[in-house]
Design a protein around this ligand. Structure first.
Ligand SMILES: C[S@@+](CC[C@H](N)C(=O)[O-])C[C@H]1O[C@@H](n2cnc3c(N)ncnc32)[C@H](O)[C@@H]1O
Length: 319
C-alpha cells in the first residue's frame, strides 16, 4: 500500500501529469464552476484544477484503491473523491445532487504507479502476476483471460485491442502452452509470445500484447463510451470536454464523439442540412505534448489531447 505517501511525494513519485497546461487551457476553468476528473491517478491534474477554483467544486473518480489512498491526503473544501469506475458517472454525481457540470477531464489509461508496481502485472519489464486490474476488487484478471477464454476470444482481443497481425498464431501457441500449465506470470507470457515478435521490435510488440489484455481486463473502451455518452447530458452549453488518450482505439472514439456526438462518427443533420452537433471541437488539430515535455517525460510520447465544447443542441429536440 502507498498510504504513507505525502501529497507532494505522491505527485512526483506516483505519476507525472501529462499536458497539464494544455488540459487546463482546454477546460477554460471558471472559478465558481463544477468540474469532474474521471481519472485521478496521482492527482496531478486534479490539484491544478483545485488551484483555479474559488466557490467551484471538483468531483473526482478513480477505481484504484492506491489512487484513493492518495486522494485521502487532499484536504480541500471543493474536493470530492469517488472510488468507482467512471462508467457510473451520472449515478454518482446525482447522488451528490449534481445534474450539470462545466467541464470534464479524463487522462485515460494507467498511471506510472500502476505500471511500476510489479505485483499489479501491467509492466512488460517487471516480473509479476498476470493481474492488470485497475480496480483491485474486479473479478477478471489477465491470467483468467489467457487461461480460460476461447481461441476465438483471444484472437479477437489480440487483433482488435493489440492491433497484432500475428493474433491467430499467438493464440495457437497460448492454447497449446496452457494445456501443459496455467500461464500466470508476466514472464511466462513473454516467453511464450516473444518468438512472434518482429525482430528488433520486442518492446513495441510486448506493449501491444499487454495493452490488449489490459483493455479487456478493465473493459476500457466500454467504460470510455459509457461515461462519454453521459457527459453529453451532464455538460452545460459552453461546458468543456477534455480527453487525453494513449492509443488509436481510444482516440478514434473520442474524436468521433467530439465531432458527431456518437461513436460511429455519423453526423446527423436537420431537414435543412444543418449539422446537429452536441459538441464542437475546440482545436481543429489534435494536441500533442511539446518537445520539452517529451524530453522531460518520455511516457507522454503517445498522448493525444482533444477538446470539445458542448453546444446548446440536445437530442431531445428530435422528439
Ligand atoms: C493516466 S492515470 C491519471 C493520472 C492523473 N491525471 C495524474 O495527473 O496523476 C489514469 C488513472 O485513471 C484510472 N482510471 C482509468 N480508467 C478509469 C475509469 N473508467 N474509471 C475510474 N478510474 C479510471 C486509473 O486507475 C488510473 O489511476
Amino acid at each position: 500500500m502507498i498510504k504513507s505517501f505525502t501529497t507532494e511525494a505522491a505527485n512526483t513519485v506516483y505519476h507525472q501529469p501529462i499536458m497539464l497546461r494544455e488540459s487546463l487551457e482546454g477546460l477554460a476553468i471558471k472559478p465558481d464552476g463544477i468540474y469532474v476528473d474521471t481519472t485521478f491517478g496521482g492527482g496531478g491534474h486534479s490539484r491544478a484544477i483545485l488551484n483555479h477554483l474559488t466557490t467551484g467544486k471538483l468531483f473526482v473518480f478513480d477505481q484504484d484503491a492506491d489512487a484513493a489512498a492518495i486522494a485521502a491526503t487532499i484536504n480541500h473544501p471543493a474536493f470530492t473523491f469517488i472510488q468507482a469506475n467512471a462508467r457510473f458517472l451520472q449515478r454518482f454525481l446525482a447522488f451528490h445532487q449534481i445534474q450539470q457540470i462545466d467541464g470534464l477531464l479524463a487522462d485515460l489509461g494507467v498511471s506510472s504507479h500502476q505500471i511500476d508496481t510489479a505485483e499489479r502485472g501491467f509492466s512488460t519489464r517487471l516480473a509479476g502476476p498476470l493481474d492488470m486490474r485497475m480496480d483491485q476488487s474486479g473479478n477478471l484478471t489477465a491470467s483468467q483471460i489467457i487461461n480460460s477464454f476461447t481461441g476465438e476470444q483471444l484472437t479477437h482481443i489480440l487483433r482488435i485491442y493489440g492491433e497484432l497481425h500475428a493474433a491467430p498464431k499467438i493464440t495457437k501457441v497460448l492454447l497449446a502452452a496452457r494445456t501443459k500449465q496455467p500461464i500466470n506470470t508476466t514472464q511466462a507470457l513473454k516467453d511464450i509470445v516473444l518468438p512472434f515478435s518482429p525482430p528488433r521490435q520486442h518492446a513495441k510488440f510486448l506493449a501491444q500484447v499487454f495493452q490488449a489484455l489490459r483493455i479487456e481486463v478493465n473493459d476500457e473502451l466500454g467504460a470510455l463510451q459509457a461515461w462519454l455518452a453521459q457527459s453529453k447530458q451532464l455538460l452545460k452549453p459552453g461546458g468543456r470536454l477534455v480527453v487525453i488518450s494513449y492509443h488509436s482505439l481510444e482516440d478514434r472514439l473520442v474524436k468521433r464523439f467530439i465531432k458527431t456526438g456518437n461513436f460511429e462518427g455519423d453526423l446527423q443533420k436537420d431537414l435543412y442540412g444543418n449539422p446537429l452537433q452536441p459538441f464542437v471541437p475546440i482545436a481543429n488539430k489534435v494536441i500533442v505534448p511539446s518537445e520539452e515535455e517529451l524530453a522531460a517525460n518520455p511516457r507522454a510520447r503517445s498522448a493525444k489531447l482533444r477538446v470539445g465544447e458542448r453546444t446548446s443542441w440536445s437530442d431531445e429536440r428530435l422528439y
